[in-house]
Design a protein around this ligand. Structure first.
Ligand SMILES: C[S@@+](CC[C@H](N)C(=O)[O-])C[C@H]1O[C@@H](n2cnc3c(N)ncnc32)[C@H](O)[C@@H]1O
Length: 276
C-alpha cells in the first residue's frame, strides 16, 4: 500500500511577520517620543510643547502613531521610499488608532530628499537610516533639506551607534526574547571607506529562521563627522545625548543626557540633537 505523506506543519518562521518582530525588538516609539519632547524643551525652553513631527525613513510609522496619540493637537508626517512597510504600518498601526488620531497622520511614499511637507518642530531620522547617504556631499544635502523642513525653532533628532565592536566583521549580537532569538549581524566593515553591511535575523524554537529579515548597506559615520556636517548644513548648534549607566549593572539605563565627552565603550548608541 502506498503511504500518503502527511503535510508538513508550517514552521514558526513561515507564520511570523518580520515587521511585527522588528517592532517588538528594535523599536521603542514611547521612549523615542519622550526623548524628542525633552530634547525640544531643552533646545527651546521658552516654547510650548512641540506639536508637529516629521519622521523621515518612517518605515511602519510606529513613531508617528505614538506621537499623535500623545496629544489631540499633535500631527505627524511620515516619509519612506518603500511602499511595503508603509502599507503594513497603515494596516497594523495607523488604522488601529482612534479615527481622530489617525486623521492627524500623513504618510507619504517618497524620497526624504524631495518630499516636501509642512514644517516640523521635531524632525526625526531614527535607527541610523541616514547612513544610507555614503558621501559627505550626499549627507550634507540631506541635512540641508531636513533643516529646511523645520520651523524657525525646530530640532532634528538623529541616532548614532559606534564603539570598537561596531567596526568588527562577522560579529553577531544575539538576544533571547520570549519565543524567539533576535540576531544583529555585522557582516562587513571596510575601514577605508567605512562602508558596512548589517543584517537582522530571527531564529525560532522549532529551529526555523527568518534569515536576512532586514539588510542594510550603510556608511558608518562618526559623531565628530556628524557634528561638523550639521554645522556645514546650517544648524546653529548640535549636542550629543549619551546614555547613563545603571550603577548596579553597568549597562545603559535608557536615560540620555547631553555630554561633551564620554567613555570609550565598546558599543554604544547615542542621540544627536541639532537646533535649526
Ligand atoms: C532602518 S529602516 C528604519 C525604519 C524606522 N525609521 C525605524 O526607526 O525603525 C530604514 C528605512 O528607510 C527607508 N529609506 C531608505 N532610503 C530612503 C530615502 N532616500 N527616502 C525615504 N526613505 C528611505 C527604507 O525604505 C526603510 O524603511
Amino acid at each position: 500500500m502506498r503511504k500518503t505523506r502527511r503535510p508538513s506543519r508550517p514552521t514558526i518562521a513561515s507564520r511570523s511577520d518580520r515587521y511585527q518582530l522588528y517592532l517588538d525588538t528594535v523599536q521603542s516609539p514611547e521612549s523615542d517620543v519622550d526623548f524628542f519632547i525633552r530634547a525640544y524643551r531643552n533646545a527651546y525652553p521658552g516654547n510650548g510643547a512641540p506639536r508637529d513631527l516629521r519622521e523621515d525613513f518612517c518605515g511602519t510609522a510606529a513613531v508617528c502613531a505614538e506621537w499623535v496619540s500623545r496629544h489631540r493637537d499633535n500631527r505627524a508626517l511620515g516619509v519612506d521610499l518603500d511602499p511595503e512597510p508603509l502599507a503594513w504600518g497603515h494596516e497594523h498601526i495607523i488604522d488601529k488608532l482612534k479615527p481622530e488620531q489617525s486623521a492627524r497622520v500623513d504618510l507619504r511614499e517618497g524620497d526624504v530628499l524631495s518630499c516636501r511637507g509642512p514644517r516640523a518642530d521635531v524632525l526625526a531620522a531614527q535607527n541610523f537610516s541616514f547612513w544610507c547617504f555614503k558621501t559627505r556631499p550626499e549627507l550634507v544635502t540631506y541635512l540641508k533639506r531636513a533643516r529646511a523642513n523645520l520651523k524657525k525653532e525646530g530640532v532634528m533628532v538623529l541616532d548614532m551607534m559606534g564603539g570598537s565592536e561596531v567596526m568588527e566583521e562577522d560579529h553577531e549580537d544575539v538576544r533571547r526574547e520570549k519565543g524567539f532569538t533576535y540576531i544583529w549581524e555585522q557582516k562587513r566593515f571596510d575601514p577605508i571607506s567605512h562602508d558596512c553591511e548589517f543584517r537582522i535575523h530571527f531564529r525560532f524554537r522549532d529551529g526555523s529562521r527568518l534569515q536576512n529579515a532586514f539588510s542594510y548597506s550603510w556608511r558608518l559615520w562618526t559623531l565628530p563627522e556628524l557634528s561638523e556636517l550639521l554645522a556645514e548644513a546650517g544648524f546653529s548648534s548640535s549636542s550629543v545625548y549619551w546614555e547613563d549607566e545603571d550603577s548596579d549593572t553597568g549597562e545603559g539605563n535608557g536615560v540620555y543626557r547631553r555630554r561633551p565627552n564620554a567613555p570609550a565603550e565598546p558599543a554604544w548608541v547615542a542621540y544627536v540633537v541639532a537646533s535649526k
